[in-house]
Ligand binder design. Structure first.
Ligand code: BES
Ligand code: ZN
Length: 454
């Protein structure tokens, strides 16, 4: 075993303890009451990175800071790797569904349970651990490393593009390395080669000046909840295709070879259905479940609010209704264009008698990996060395909008090598990260530093 691997062996309990410290900090970026916690997580990371020999700066943004850490001891002849991760987490609610509290990390059945365990603190910390394994005891890394950890990923990274533009020169690199995705199955190392984009909206429907008695007024006044329901129902056709005119014009049709590669993956539809706990799966006609998740766009309602929702009945005609609606996008769709199509479509189906306003909350472009280049081969070798088998290549239905921006601004390819396992409850109660995945991830990253240097 190489020296870093032996070090990881020995120091794993310490790494786990340090990760638990980070997980105890409730860095919920969406909530302003957690602003000082979020900053504390940045400061905690900065301290750790300094202690292993990095030069670290905490860069302020209008909201949550970015940790910018650099180690350039490999010299100008060696490649430079930019590591990106996020130290912020999703809100933990609903709290009563957690077996143990979200910010009291707990080991059960070989899994670390905590908000952020896998998305993304645990995966970010694997990188810190792997760097530690090289730099401890006066050691050196075979590559130069720049690490950025942001605190706004879960709110759509509103300040990260300006950050990357401002620090473009210091972020210059040969490859961007990110662990914020998952493995296709336990024991099956995975490189993610496509991410969906996102266009997210809040739709407000306003009717009468205030709530009305539904007997006195119902039938003569347009009900905003009903109007909203009609608008939402109009978003799909009977084949589950999105009904906005022109929506599919720039959807890339994948080649038979690409679709065959997806079909090759060991995927059990029934097990998937069982895991999500639904009586049937459904989606766009003509596509398999994995295709629906990875290479086809979708439109979903993420939240819905109107009228009386307390105990018992209340005969009320609500004054307003609200929905959060998001589209997942695939190459070559553009979130700006989707916003325009969405506005036009909603305007065309909104009944007289209500006023609709649409606010744009997030946007992000879809992404597809460039699989040519030595960085890709290096990742394949590092995963094979660690897991004893070559990786599979998969898409991912979720979004990491900054990935495309990194490539565009820095001109370097992005490598997505993540270790979350299916069912890990990202964004949900009882989020977990297998301790074994944390270990294997750390080992893989250490191997990858080697492979990228060689
Ligand atoms: N880590 C996720 C992305 C992800 C999701 C990877 C599922 C693998 C599986 C990331 O933190 C995330 O949740 N992204 C958001 C982006 C949004 C807030 C702009 C998403 O996909 O909803
Ligand atoms: Zn994440």
């Amino acid at each position: 075993m190489s020296a870093p691997q032996t070090f990881i062996d020995r120091e794993l309990p310490r790494f786990q303890g340090e990760l638990f410290e980070l997980l105890r900090i409730p860095s919920v970026s969406a909530r302003s009451e957690h602003d000082s916690d979020t900053r504390q997580a940045a400061e905690w990371l900065a301290r750790r990175l300094r202690s292993i020999g990095f030069e670290v700066e905490i860069v302020e943004t209008p909201r949550h800071p970015v940790v910018l850490a650099e180690w350039r001891g490999a010299g100008s002849g060696a490649p430079t790797v930019l590591i990106y991760g996020h130290y912020d987490v999703q809100p933990p609610e609903p709290l009563d569904l957690w077996t143990t509290p979200p910010f009291e990390p707990t080991m059960r059945d070989g899994r670390i349970f905590a908000r952020g365990a896998v998305d993304d603190k645990g995966q970010l910390y694997m990188h810190v651990a792997a760097l530690d394994a090289y730099l401890a005891e006066g050691g050196k890394l075979p590559i130069n490393v720049v690490l950025i950890a942001e605190g706004e990923e879960e709110i759509g990274s509103p300040n990260l593009v300006p950050f990357v533009e401002r620090f473009r020169d210091r972020l210059a690199c040969d490859v961007v390395l990110i662990s914020d995705t998952g493995m296709f199955a336990p024991g099956l190392p995975t490189i993610v080669n496509a991410l969906r984009g996102l266009a997210y909206f809040e739709v407000q429907v306003e009717g009468p000046g205030g709530d009305l008695h539904s007997g006195t007024y119902g039938g003569a006044v347009v009900n905003p909840a009903m109007a909203l329901a009609r608008i939402l129902a109009s978003l799909h056709d009977e084949n589950r295709r999105i009904a906005l005119p022109g929506f599919y014009d720039d959807v890339h049709e994948w080649s038979p070879a690409d679709r065959a590669a997806i079909k090759q993956l060991p995927f059990d539809e029934r097990e998937f259905q069982h895991q999500v706990g639904v009586p049937a799966l459904d989606g766009e006609a003509g596509f398999s479940t994995l295709e629906r998740l990875w290479i086809r766009p979708t439109c979903e309602v993420n939240g819905l609010l109107s009228g009386y929702t307390g105990q018992g009945a209340k005969t009320v005609l609500p004054a307003r209704a609200m929905a959060k609606v998001s589209f997942r996008l695939v190459p070559d769709q553009d979130p700006v264009r989707v916003a325009r199509l969405f506005r036009e479509h909603v305007a065309s189906v909104t009944p007289a008698g209500v006023k609709v306003t649409i606010e744009e909350l997030h946007g992000g472009r879809p992404w597809r990996a460039s699989t040519e280049g030595r960085h890709y081969q290096a990742a394949v070798r590092a995963l094979e060395r660690t897991f004893g088998r070559p990786p599979v290549f998969t898409g991912e239905g979720g979004s990491i909008p900054i990935v495309g921006d990194f490539e565009r601004i820095l001109g370097a390819p992005v490598l997505l090598v993540g270790f979350a396992l299916p069912g890990c409850n990202m964004h949900a109660p009882n989020e977990w990260f297998a301790l074994e995945s944390f270990e294997m991830g750390t080992r893989t990253i250490a191997n990858l530093f080697d492979e990228l240097a060689g």
